[in-house]
Structure formats: structure tokens, C-alpha cells
Design a protein around this ligand. Structure first.
Ligand code: COA
Length: 190
């Protein structure tokens, strides 16, 4: 059994174990405080009966940049304690956030993920997220993807327009570069 409730200030003293996961970015306390004050209803925590923090999600909402006027929700941080993984905690947090965004008639939910974070990628894809764009060197030590999940307001799937081109373009360039590298290696060897 677990309890889901709004993430509160005292929760920041409960996630020491989570802070050391290589897939969790280093954020300082002011980052958390700012998110909580700006978007008080959008951050959720899941607690075990002994009050231990099982996982949390920090969410926000915004308006897309000029020309792309849809309102959207964004998952800033999602983390589940290693002791409680594969129990549905991450899915529960995301589904709750999606419900909130649906109620507020947002167009889509976005998030960023490291290219090598396969477990997170599987989780997101199992909930319907799709790769929207490729983000080279987005993290100090890794590339990333921007993912999007269109919501009910986006009947025509407008929030995914432009997605395929960016992803395909990157993969074409990457494959051309790999081919050139292979040819150069072959030529230099002979
Ligand atoms: C990614 C993370 C949030 C997943 O949380 P979770 O509570 O374990 O996820 P769930 O139990 O809801 O998993 C739902 C589905 O996602 C997929 N999934 C999740 N973790 C997986 C893993 N390690 N390997 C393969 N599939 C995985 C599975 O399809 C799973 O369904 P199943 O258990 O029925 O097979 C958690 O592993 C975590 O906190 N990782 C470190 C921080 C991180 O990567 N955050 C995301 C940054 S973008």
C-alpha cells in the first residue's frame, strides 16, 4: 500500500538515496523550492506506510514558444527509489500528472531523457510517449531525446508535427558519418 500526495518541503530531506542515482540529475534546493512555489499542485510524492519516500515527480506547465502556441505540461524530474522500482510507482506518478494536465486542457506533456536511460525510455514508451527530437550533448556526458505525449485536446496530433523530420534527419546524418568513418578506416588500412 502507498499514499500519493503533493510533494512538500520536508520531502526534500527524504531523498538522499535517490540523489546518487546516475540517471537523476543534480539539482540544488533552490530548484526544488522554485518548482514547488511556482507549480504547487503539479509535484507529487508516493510514500510507503512507514513514510519513506518511494518516488516523486516534479511537474510544471507552460506555453510553447512563438509559433507553437499550445499549452503543455512538462515533467522536470521523475525518480523512484531503487528499493521500490518495477512496482508501478513511476507509472502511477506519470498517470496522475497526465490526468491533471488533461483536466487543465493542456495539449501535450513533454520531458527530456538521456539516450542511454533504457528503463526510463521503456516506461515512457509504454505510456504512449514518442520521441519528438534528438538533443545532441544535452547532458554533460550524454545525448538526449525530447519526448512528447499528445493529450485529448490535441485531436489532430498537431503537437507531433515536425517530429519525424528532426529524428530522421539526425539518423541520416549519423549514418552518413558512420559510413564515411568506415570508408576512411578501410582506405587507411590498405
Ligand atoms: C525510470 C524509473 C522512474 C521507473 O520507475 P518504476 O517505478 O520502476 O517504473 P514502473 O514500475 O512504473 O514501470 C512501468 C514499466 O516501465 C518499464 N520499465 C521500468 N523500469 C524498467 C527496467 N529497469 N527495465 C525494463 N523495463 C522497465 C516496464 O515496461 C515496466 O512495466 P513492467 O514492470 O510491468 O514490465 C526508475 O527506474 C528511476 O527512478 N530511475 C532513475 C531515475 C530516472 O531514470 N528517472 C527518469 C529520468 S528521465
Amino acid at each position: 500500500m502507498s499514499i500519493v500526495r503533493e510533494f512538500c518541503f520536508t520531502d526534500m530531506f527524504k531523498f538522499n538515496r535517490l540523489a546518487w542515482d546516475p540517471f537523476i540529475e543534480d539539482y540544488n534546493l533552490s530548484f526544488f523550492v522554485t518548482k514547488m512555489l511556482q507549480f504547487p499542485m503539479l509535484s507529487q510524492a508516493v510514500l510507503a506506510p512507514n513514510e519513506q519516500l518511494m518516488g516523486y515527480l516534479l511537474g510544471e506547465s507552460d506555453k510553447a514558444a512563438a509559433g507553437d502556441h499550445q499549452l503543455y505540461g512538462h515533467v522536470s524530474v521523475l525518480a523512484v527509489d531503487s528499493e521500490y522500482r518495477r512496482l508501478g510507482v513511476g507509472s502511477k506518478l506519470l498517470e496522475r500528472f497526465h490526468q491533471l494536465m488533461e483536466q487543465q486542457q493542456k495539449w501535450y506533456v513533454s520531458l527530456y531523457v538521456r539516450m542511454n536511460n533504457r528503463s526510463a525510455m521503456r516506461l515512457y514508451e509504454s505510456l504512449g510517449y514518442v520521441k519528438y527530437s534528438w538533443l545532441p550533448n544535452f547532458y554533460p556526458d550524454d545525448h538526449g531525446y525530447s519526448l512528447r505525449l499528445p493529450l485529448a485536446t490535441d485531436v489532430a496530433g498537431k503537437t507531433l508535427q515536425g517530429q519525424q523530420f528532426i529524428i530522421k534527419f539526425y539518423f541520416i546524418i549519423m549514418h552518413v558519418m558512420l559510413l564515411i568513418r568506415a570508408v576512411l578506416k578501410f582506405v587507411l588500412r590498405h
